[in-house]
Design a protein around this ligand. Sequence first.
Ligand code: PLP
Length: 430
Amino acid sequence: MTYRNPETLALHAGWRRDPASKAVAVPIYQTTSYQFDDAGQAARLFALQELGNIYTRIGNPTTDVLEQRIAALEGGAAALAVASGQAASAFAVQNLARVGDNVVASTDLYGGTWNLFANTLKDQGVEVRFVDPRDPENFRRATDDRTRAYYAESLPNPKLEVFPIAEVAAIGRPLGIPLIVDNTAAPLLIRPFDHGAAIVVHSLTKFIGGHGNSIGGIIVDGGNFPWEDHPARQPALHQPDPSYHGAKWVEAAKPLGPIAYVLKARTTLLRDLGAALSPFNAFLILQGVETLALRIREHSRNATLVADFLAQRGEVARVIHPGHHQGEAAARSAKYLTQGQGGLVGFELAGGREAGARFIDALKLFYHVANIGDARSLAIHPASTTHSQLTEAEQQATGVTPGYVRLSIGLEHADDILADLDQALKAAAA
Ligand code: PLP
């Protein structure tokens, strides 16, 4: 039987029972390596003529279930789990872009991704061109012959303005340029492949893991991009790869399915750079996945209540939430966020930076932490923390103003969340 509903896939995709013990819960296969059946099988595994376990740096049965499950939930062909969301973002770009190439990215990115793109990838010879996503045509304008990918976040914080996924994907497709979407803030709420994206990345650390206990990341291959039609645009997938006996990835993947992109990422980047997810973290994240559909609904419901509550308060100058935008941004919320508006809420206190600091210090239920997507409610002041390594101009470009406070709304009872916000707002205004 095949299932389509996320509630069912989250519990069943990729696993029924352990073939040896018949265990129902996914076991933690805490092993580094795997006994080959015979010399012939070992050779076939290394030659990619057969897929199977070789060594946990490049694949593990616990992690494999997580990969299959997230691929199923996103509607993709296959996935590669890695040690963190940062590793997923880095690999997603490095898999296509080499020295002298470029990527066009939205300005609305997590601060860590911004740093990775503006500094580390630049040092490695890959230029990232940042463009304002409010006009999708900016992606076309920044494109040249060496552009290998477009990159964006589906629901970027702090602006919480949904990215025009279909519009930018449609610009890239005829040119052979895939859209990579970081869907960390909107799992299940937005399905980027349905809108034409080619690759999805997640920080599993956030809503998918959901309990604030494990760092992880994943890259999902939509299996929906015509790489084979674009040899000049995508040399990394077409030219013989000297690191794998001259494999041409588009050819090598043919017997295995539409997975050339993710196959290359696993067999070269993960093999060489080694950012493997531990099986234990894969297990913990799988526990989160099982209830993701339920949790993301509750996160969304509570966050919408919080946004509406803040909008009524005199201490608050502005509420930033997908349900509180005007114009084009409101239209994109309505188009893309049909299942809920996500767990994040931003706001600016009328009292500016000092009031922001007083507010954060007065919170009692909310944790003051550099994270989002925990079952617990979280708060942070981005200008002095997550975005502090950016210049003020860069902070402004990503939407971080000095008085901005970001909330990640948890699963506590709404009355208790609102009561904590009420007392902290009064303390901030005092
Ligand atoms: N992408 C987004 C949207 C994030 O918010 C984060 C972390 O905050 C990351 C990627 C990086 O993920 P990780 O912290 O798992 O490396």
